[in-house]
Design a protein around this ligand. Structure first.
Ligand code: SF4
Ligand code: SF4
Length: 159
């Protein structure tokens, strides 16, 4: 059990920080518990990062020497937990956003593919129509030529 927890358990009165800096002197990882205390209070995530909150090994030394009985280590644990929860929510939201964007892109791609496919079919139909028209024109021209020849022969016979 940490000293901070004992402070709460035995209902020891907490006083404001007097900036004595005793907490910093006993920190094994050379943190500045005083600063971490301020920024934990206002939950300033960036400043807590600046002051290396996550390097805190939660030894409780700072809480045990604090003449104001501030449950420092408990504050730091809570701040870490709150930050991790917040970051996890942010990560989840970002993942959901990315999933949504990917899905939208996939839907748009499928739409474009359909439009392209439809345009290809329309082009092919137009080509087929053109080929058919050319064939019909060629047949009509041939029929007309045969008819002309027949008429010429008929005229020659008559003259
Ligand atoms: S609880 Fe954290 S801040 Fe306090 S002395 Fe230990 S390592 Fe340093
Ligand atoms: S030991 Fe307590 S009173 Fe002294 S600076 Fe640290 S937090 Fe403030």
């Amino acid at each position: 059990m940490t000293i901070g927890s004992e402070t709460q358990l035995f209902n020891i009165k907490e006083y404001p920080c007097i900036r004595c800096d005793e907490c910093a002197l006993v920190c094994p990882v050379k943190l500045q518990p005083l600063q971490l205390h301020w920024y934990s209070q206002e939950f300033n995530e960036d400043r807590l990062d600046d002051y290396n909150l996550f390097a805190c090994v939660e030894c409780g030394n700072c809480s045990s020497v604090c003449p104001s009985h501030i449950p420092l280590v408990d504050e730091f644990k809570q701040a870490k937990s709150d930050i991790l929860t917040k970051r996890s929510k942010r990560l989840k939201a970002e993942q959901n956003k990315q999933r949504y964007l990917k899905k939208q892109a996939r839907i748009e791609q499928q739409k474009q593919d359909k439009i392209k496919k439809r345009a290809t079919v329309v082009d092919k139909n137009a080509d087929d129509d053109l080929a058919m028209k050319k064939k019909q024109d060629a047949i009509a021209a041939a029929v007309s030529r045969v008819k002309q020849k027949r008429e010429q022969k008929q005229k020659q016979k008559e003259s």
